[in-house]
Design a protein around this ligand. Structure first.
Ligand code: HAM
Length: 428
């Protein structure tokens, strides 16, 4: 029987990995220059951590967690990174050592959602969390960092939405106002939304069902219910975004699916690339009460996560650029042995080099060099060996020359470095 990967969980093969590494490196660069440092937390956490932080009546906790029992504990594969980061922040008493912490992470998350393009059961997130800064300038800085990051990797058609949920009291008042609004309109709602009216009516505002969207048209706006300090926080955030020139729009229907949020909420979507309907690239917000709710001190926090699969779908595919691979095509056993030594010398200079020692015709070896996208091929047969030389083929410019083996390393290094300079910053 042939095994298949678990539904909704993908292999990332070497020919795709280059795009991943490009995206991950660009993310690390973007956040490092804002002072973030990496945190790595376990993939498995106590189930109760997610129930307490994400909330019992959310889709994630209600339907999507991979939960199992081991040694009498209930454990869950993390559906997101914030809960584990907060747990680590509290457990390691980070607040006692530094007033502000800026953490970032990259890694797999697990949600048993219905798989489709851009939505998977194992997916990768890159995220940031800031502890100890109550904003609103920190909020504007984070949104701008994320927006600029997307621009820097070439994503177009960006749509930045911001909203405020107010504090816990406002949120509770809004919950009640929405329940009152939807209760007499039950028959106008989808079957799923009907089950949410009492326990989590905010989720109805998020529904993609046109029926729910129509029914919610005249629903009260959270922005009308904010108290004065929440309103000030939100208008300061908008002013800072204006100062920074970050384009955004206020969307009072933006609620997001996790219960820990307070005040600032944001989401960035894109119409670009091959995203399709799952076009939310990233989402986040403030969660000023969560550290305390999980047993820590009262420390304000804000964060976001982006989906790496979606990011990669949205990054434009660039035309193939000349690579910096040097391919050795030895003809015969003696040439193959000599190629090993020559290739080792190239690698000691940090050059990417592959020796094809399978034998076979020059034609078949060069076909493979082409398939690998090699920048140059070094061909050595018995007659070249006798002359202590090799034929170096510049595969991009279709030229070739005989090069003495004593200067082969310098010659190839120069060729590859000039190719790398022409293509720096581009993705294959
Ligand atoms: P989230 O909105 O649930 O937020 O997820 C953030 C991003 O992860 C989404 O915008 C999307 O790009 C990606 N994503 C979510 N689910 C899937 C999936 N099934 N398949 C592929 N990509 C997916 C959070 O997770 C919060 N922890 C963000 C945060 C950090 N808030 C504060 N700090």
């Amino acid at each position: 029987m042939a095994f298949r990967a678990v539904k909704g969980m993908n292999d990332i093969l070497p020919d795709e990995v280059e795009r991943w590494q490009f995206a991950e490196a660009a993310f690390r660069d973007a956040v490092r220059c804002h002072g973030y440092a990496e945190v790595r937390t376990p993939i498995v956490e106590p189930t109760a951590l997610f129930v307490r932080s994400i909330g019992e009546n959310t889709d994630v906790v209600d339907k999507e967690m991979y939960t199992f029992e081991r040694h009498d504990d209930s454990l869950t594969l993390r559906p997101e990174g914030t809960a584990g980061a907060v747990r680590a922040y509290i457990e390691r008493t980070t607040h006692a050592r530094e007033p502000v912490s800026r953490w970032y992470y990259l890694g797999p998350m697990f949600r048993a959602e219905r798989p489709q393009r851009g939505r998977y059961r194992q997916f990768y997130q890159a995220g940031c969390e800031v502890y100890g800064d109550k904003g609103p300038t920190a909020d504007a800085e984070m949104i701008t960092m994320l927006y600029d990051f997307f621009l820097s990797v070439g994503i177009t058609g960006l749509d930045v939405k911001v909203n405020s949920l107010g504090g816990a009291v406002t949120r509770q008042r809004y919950h009640e106002a929405l329940t009152e609004y939807f209760r007499p309109r039950l028959d106008q709602l989808s079957a799923h939304a009907q089950t949410r009216v009492e326990d989590n009516p905010l989720r109805i505002l998020d529904s993609k069902d046109p029926k729910d969207q129509k029914a919610a048209e005249a629903a009260p706006s959270i922005l009308d219910m904010l108290d004065e300090t929440d309103r000030d926080h939100f208008s300061e955030l908008c002013k800072s975004l204006d100062d920074l020139g970050t384009p955004y729009r206020v969307d009072s229907r933006l609620v997001r699916g996790l219960d820990y949020y307070t005040r600032t909420l944001f989401e960035i979507a894109s119409t670009a690339g091959e995203l399709g309907s799952q076009n939310a690239l990233a989402g986040g917000g403030r969660y000023d009460n969560l550290v305390q709710a999980l047993g820590g001190p009262s420390v304000p926090a804000i964060g976001f996560a982006l989906g790496l699969e979606r990011l990669i779908l949205a990054i434009p595919a660039k035309p193939a650029t000349s690579s910096s691979l040097c391919f050795f095509a030895p003809l015969g056993a003696a040439a193959a042995r000599r190629s090993l030594v020559l290739a080792r010398d190239l690698r000691r200079r940090g050059l990417v080099t592959e020796v094809d020692g399978r034998g076979g015709s020059l034609k078949s070896l060069l076909r493979r060099a082409d398939a690998l996208g090699a920048r140059c091929a070094v061909v050595i047969g018995d007659s070249e060996l006798a002359r202590e030389a090799a034929i170096v083929k510049d595969l991009a410019n279709h030229t070739q020359g005989l090069v003495n083996l004593s200067i082969l390393a310098q010659f190839v290094e120069k060729l590859l470095k000039s190719a790398a300079n022409q293509s720096s910053g581009e993705v294959n």
